[in-house]
Design a protein around this ligand. Structure first.
Ligand code: UD1
Ligand code: UDP
Length: 371
């Protein structure tokens, strides 16, 4: 009898990292794959589903403009139970640390369904940062029956929390599987603006910023540092801006009338991954970019106070720049002006696996069910 595995996700990064796994589950003769999206994100989720050609079996369509954490969590909990009763899965797979992740895991627990946690064991050990992700992933870790850890240090975090070793599989991160599917040297963007950027001769900085704990003063500091960079140096900044209206408001205000800071709409994953590949460097508060850019040999300045992804910092391609204007400006200026500093950070390193995370995850699920 096939085991029924339902993948539950709802935001852009979860979709990017879960779609390759969904494809793998669909192709396994011992498993039945069901996809349930909460649609915590709408447009940004749909962009990913289209790229990977994944068609959800169930779509909860919960997104509201300016939604609160309570709204997301309670709407998922309220709506998902009926669907789980209909689907009757053996296991729910959730990913990472969003509200969808935690609410999905909690709903599975209430309905006594096994939980597999993909991208398990990342920690900053500060419950307020990133907010609410650190708590979402820690609580999901308490609930999960099977943990898929991208790196040994993620696995060690779980072991220290008392999780037994046979419940943890060291898999690598499925983002590397995803990246391998979309990067190509002769790729053409099919995008009016990007097709006319001279990536060979210009220093292009790709940036993203959206974290909840950075909204307000920290984000203003970050944007002010970027503004000074383009005023003082010969660089161009491309910022595909998150659809969160709170982020857009600050960005539109600080970057008003700046012709070398390009605020563009969110790109689809193929476009964005290839934009990273052609950029000079990356400045971001995103989690996923800290994994992708090192694999592409691009220096990353992380616009946060901490990171749950220390591996690429240890390897030397990522630096924690913080949220203060002066330090961000200084670190970025150094990378723009000093080729030795740049070369030291632009070696391709990939602590996040060899692109076989999907295979490893499916193997662990099958072994759990003795298939
Ligand atoms: C969420 C996750 C965060 C993840 C991020 C990735 C939580 C609490 N946060 O944060 O961990 O890093 O996604 O992007 O789970 N919006 C749209 N269309 C979209 C997506 C968002 O209009 O396709 C707008 C809506 O007004 C929405 C707002 O953005 O209310 C914020 O979305 P939300 O999912 O609540 O938080 P994120 O900051 O995106
Ligand atoms: N990304 C994308 N289009 C964009 C910006 C980012 O496809 O315009 C991808 C990026 O390659 C990465 C993921 O989205 O895989 C990161 O998602 P996000 O920044 O929303 O969330 P986080 O990584 O911070 O959780």
């Amino acid at each position: 009898m096939k085991k029924k595995i339902v993948s539950v996700f709802g935001t852009r990064p979860e979709a990017i990292k879960m779609c390759p796994l969904v494809k793998g589950l669909e192709n396994d003769p011992d498993l039945e794959s069901v996809v349930l999206v909460t649609a915590q994100h709408r447009e940004m989720l749909d962009q990913v589903l289209e790229v990977f050609d994944v068609k959800p079996d169930y779509d909860m369509n919960i997104m509201k403009q300016n939604q609160s954490l309570t709204q997301i969590t309670s709407n998922i909990l309220n709506g998902i139970e009926e669907l789980l009763k209909e689907i009757k899965p053996d296991m729910i797979l959730v990913h990472g640390d969003t509200s969808t992740t935690f609410a999905g895991a909690l709903a599975a627990f209430y309905n006594q369904i096994d939980v597999g946690h993909v991208e398990a064991g990342l920690r900053t050990f500060d419950k307020w940062s990133p907010f609410p992700e650190e708590m979402n992933r820690s609580l999901t870790g308490r609930i999960a029956d099977l943990h898929f850890s991208p790196t040994q240090s993620n696995k060690n975090n779980l072991l220290k929390e008392g999780i037994s070793e046979e419940k943890i599989a060291l898999t690598g991160n499925t983002v590397i599987d995803a990246l391998k599917m979309v990067i190509s040297k002769d790729y053409e963007f099919g995008h009016d603006f990007l097709d006319n950027v001279d990536f060979e001769n210009e220093k292009v900085i790709t940036m993203t910023a959206h974290r909840r704990e950075n909204l307000g003063e920290p984000m203003r500091n970050i944007f002010s540092a970027i503004k000074r960079l383009v005023e003082d140096h010969d660089v161009r900044v491309i910022y595909p801006i998150h659809l969160n209206p709170k982020v857009r408001e600050i960005a539109n205000e600080v970057f008003k009338n700046m012709d070398k800071v390009h605020l563009i709409e969110p790109l689809d994953y193929v476009q964005f991954a290839n934009l990273q590949d052609r950029s000079y460097m990356i400045m971001t508060d995103s989690g996923g970019l800290q994994e992708e850019a090192p694999a592409l040999g691009k220096p990353v300045l992380v616009l946060r106070k901490e990171t749950e992804r220390p591996e690429a910092i240890e390897a030397g391609t990522v630096k924690l720049a913080g949220i203060e204007e002066e330090r961000i400006y200084d670190l970025a200026s150094e990378l723009i002006l000093d080729s030795n500093a740049y070369n030291a950070m632009s070696n391709a390193v990939n602590p996040y696996g060899d692109g076989h995370a999907v295979e490893n995850t499916i193997k662990a699920i099958k072994s759990y069910y003795k298939l």
